[in-house]
Design a protein around this ligand. Structure first.
Ligand code: G3P
Length: 218
């Protein structure tokens, strides 16, 4: 499973990259706003900076809502760097835009996917990636990982090249289940990446080994 980091914070991206496990980055307008980025130019510059830090797919979200505007915005975003993937919302205009962009060789990530039928439509339109949001489904008492399982089952019947990014991950169990199901990618907040590495018995074990080593050194 590929690990993407779900953040626009440069320090978090640098730190995750230094671990040697990072395969890409996803951002969205909320994550961009959290970094205090003001203005379109600053947004595009920030995406360029991320692309310079990580030579891997970097998702940048289009905020246009009509086909023509989405395609124009996606073309501009795709000029920032060869690794930019344009996030397109799962709407009818979004599907049309994904088809057009796919024909132009622009990589897309269809975002805000909440059902296997939405995923199927996006894959048929030629999406490079689809992003089911598991945490937001859990928030409304629907099993987000069950939806990922359904999408994987549907895609297994066909020959789509579309990759599944498990998104809106909130905890290590989401990552474990994504890996058990064989999802292509999990996009993970930095805090959860840190949590994945932690185990209390590791800490207890290190403590004991270091204490015992003091006896050897004396
Ligand atoms: O990748 C999508 C993600 O950023 C959404 O996460 O926690 O806002 O539902 P969340």
């Amino acid at each position: 499973m590929k690990f993407f980091i779900d953040t626009a914070n440069l320090d978090e991206i640098k730190e995750a990259h230094s671990l040697g496990i990072l395969d890409g980055v996803t951002t969205n307008p909320s994550l961009i706003a959290r970094e205090g980025i003001a203005g379109r130019k600053a947004f595009e510059k920030h995406i360029k900076t991320i692309c310079e830090l990580v030579a891997a797919p970097v998702s940048a979200e289009a905020v246009s809502m009509t086909f023509d505007d989405m395609v124009a915005e996606a073309r501009t975003l795709s000029q920032i760097d060869a690794n930019v993937v344009v996030k397109i919302p799962m709407t009818l205009d979004g599907l049309k835009a994904v088809r057009q962009l796919s024909e132009e060789g622009i990589n897309t990530n269809v975002t805000l996917v909440f059902s296997p039928l939405q995923a199927l439509l996006a894959a048929k339109a030629g999406a490079t990636y689809i992003s089911p949001f598991v945490g937001r489904l859990d928030d409304i008492s629907q099993d987000g990982m069950k939806v990922v399982e359904e999408i994987i089952d549907v895609f297994a019947n066909y020959l789509f090249e579309t990759e599944i990014i498990v998104a809106s991950i909130r905890n290590p169990l989401h990552v474990l289940t994504a890996a058990e199901l064989g999802a292509d990618i999990a996009t993970i907040p930095f805090k959860v990446i840190e949590q994945l590495a932690q185990h209390p018995l590791t800490d207890v074990g290190i403590d004991k080994f270091l204490k015992d080593w003091q006896k050897v050194e004396k």
